[in-house]
Every structure is written in structure tokens, then in C-alpha cells.
Design a protein around this ligand. Sequence first.
Ligand code: AMP
Ligand code: ZN
Length: 143
Amino acid sequence: MECIFCNINDRKSEAEIIFEDEHILAFLDIQPVNYGHTLVIPKKHYDNFLTVPKDELDKITHATQFIAGVVKRSLNADGFNIISNNGQSAGQSVFHFHFHIIPRFKNDFSLRPAVKNYTSGAMHEYGNKIRSILSKYKDIYNG
Ligand code: AMP
Ligand code: ZN
């Protein structure tokens, strides 16, 4: 299947690449929230966060931390968002896993979603829902 990020990695499509190593590639987002908005991708194709093997994820996370620091410092940003959209409903538009690094400046924050409030007992219900599945998957977490 055609993937724009694989094409960028294979140099079949152009991008403003800022860093790469054996495992990851970082380049500027073509439609930045702020200038310098950077994407970090694994060189291998994985659809989303849940399908990236742990050792690869460790490398991507490590690189993202490093690059976020560099982006912040180089642009004199006040802060940054690290975002990963997973699934169409979450806003994912390129189905090759990536972290967004978005440099932020004083008073430019407009990403805050509308928040909900739990009705009485509902928070505990949601806790139970998540914990009941969690107990089935614990072995995966423990390796
Ligand atoms: P997401 O919507 O979280 O999947 O993020 C995909 C991001 O990739 C969007 O912010 C796009 O602007 C960006 N994007 C799409 N095509 C390109 C491209 N050819 N070069 C750089 N960034 C791109
Ligand atoms: Zn890909």
C-alpha cells in the first residue's frame, strides 16, 4: 500500500529532513500548527502506536525526546506538545506511526479539547471497565 511517510524515508517524496539514524527519521510537517512542527517516524512501517514493537518504540521515544529538546532550544519555544493521533476518529490521517513535536509559544495554545464531567459513580464504572480488560492483558505488559 502506498504510504507517503515510507516514500519520504525512501527519498521518493521530498521532505525537509532534520535528523535520522538507523531507526527513525524526523522531518518538518508540511502543514505546521507552528513553524518548526516536526514529525518523528520509525523507518519501518507500523500503522499506529499499538502495532509498534517495544524495542522500536523505545528508540522512537528516545529520539523524540532528543529532537523535542533541540526544536525547543533552536526556536526559543516556551514549550511543546508531543502528540500521536491513533485512528481516524482521533485525527490520524497518515497511517504510518508518528509523533508530532509542536513548538509552543506564550499565549498561542488553542489545542485544548472540550472536557466532560463524570456523573456520580461513572468514574468508578469506567475504572472498572478498563481494569477488567487490563487484568486479561497483564501478561503482555509483564513480557
Ligand atoms: P496525523 O493527522 O496525526 O496522521 O498527522 C499527519 C501529518 O502529516 C499531518 O500533520 C500532515 O500535515 C503531515 N503530512 C502529510 N503529508 C506530508 C508530507 N508530504 N510532508 C510532511 N508532512 C506531511
Ligand atoms: Zn509507511
